[in-house]
Design a protein. Sequence first.
Length: 319
Amino acid sequence: MQSVARKNVKGKPMWRRLLRFLLYSGCILLVLLMLTLYALTLPAVQQLLTNKAETFLQEKFGTRVEIGAIRLRFPYSVSLEKFLLEDQQGDTLARVGSLVVSTDLWKLLDQTIQLKKITLEDAAIYLHRKDSIYNFDYIVQAFASDTTVEAPVPTDTTASAWKLQLDLAKIKLNKVNFLLRDDDAASTTQANIGIAETVIAKADLKTLHFELDGLTLADSDIRLVQTKKSVDDGKPGPAYGLLLKNGDISRSHIVYSTTELALDATLGKTTLDNLYVQSANDIMAIQAKGIRVESSAVAAFHSDAFGLNSHDIVGRLHV
C-alpha cells in the first residue's frame, strides 16, 4: 500500500506538468495567431502585402497592374483601392476606385465563401471579343500555364467542394461603367450605372434562379445593341429565372435593339411589383403583378414577323 501511494504521489506532478505544457502551448499558439491577424491590419504590413501582390500580378500577366491598397479588417471585410489592370494592347481592362467585400473570413475554414455585402465605387470594366478571343484570355492562360500534365489521381469523393453563398448579400454600385464589344456577334452591351442597390434574397447557382428583394436604379444608361441576326447553332441557351419582388427605376435610359425588335425607354420614375423573368429553350416569358411608369417616354419598333406595333407595347404600361 505504501509503494502504491508513493507512485501516485510521484505521478501527480507528471500529469500536472503535461497539462501545463498543453495549456501553455495552446495559449502561445493562440497569442501567435492573434498577433498575426493583428499584424495584417497594420498599415505597414498591408502596404507590404499590396506591393507583393502588385509585383506578382505584373510578372504573372506581363501587363501593367497598379494596386493602391489592400485593406483587411479581420474577420469582417477585405477592400481594394485604386486598382488598374491593362490588357496586352495597353488598353484599360479594369479600373476600380474602391471595392469593399464584407464577408465572414472564419467561414473559409469550412470551405465556404459567404458574401454579406459588396460595395463597388468609381469602377469601369472594358471587355472585347474578336475572332473568338477575349481581351482577358491572357489572364486565364497565365494561371492555366502553371498546371502540368501528371498521372491521374483518384478523385476523393469524401472531400467537400468550395461553396459560394450569396443569399441575403447586399449589392451597392456607385458610378460603375461596363462595356462589352463583341465583334463576332456584332453586338455591344453597355451599362453606365449611376446608383444601383439590391439585396439577393436567394441565389441558386446550379439552376441559375435568383430572387432580388428590392432594386433601386437611378441615373443610369443601359444599352444592348445587336446589328446582325444571331446564328442559330441548334443549341438552346441556359435556362434561368429572375424574380424581382419590387423595384424603383428613376432618371434612367434603357435601349434594347436587335434586327427584329427595338425598345427605347427614357424612364423618369418606374415602379415594378413582382417582376418575373424566365427563359427556357430560348423562349423568354415575362410576368409582373404591376408596372407603373410616370414622366417617361417609351418607344418600340419591330419587324413584321412580330405582328406588333409600338402602341401595343406602350398601351400595357401606365404612363
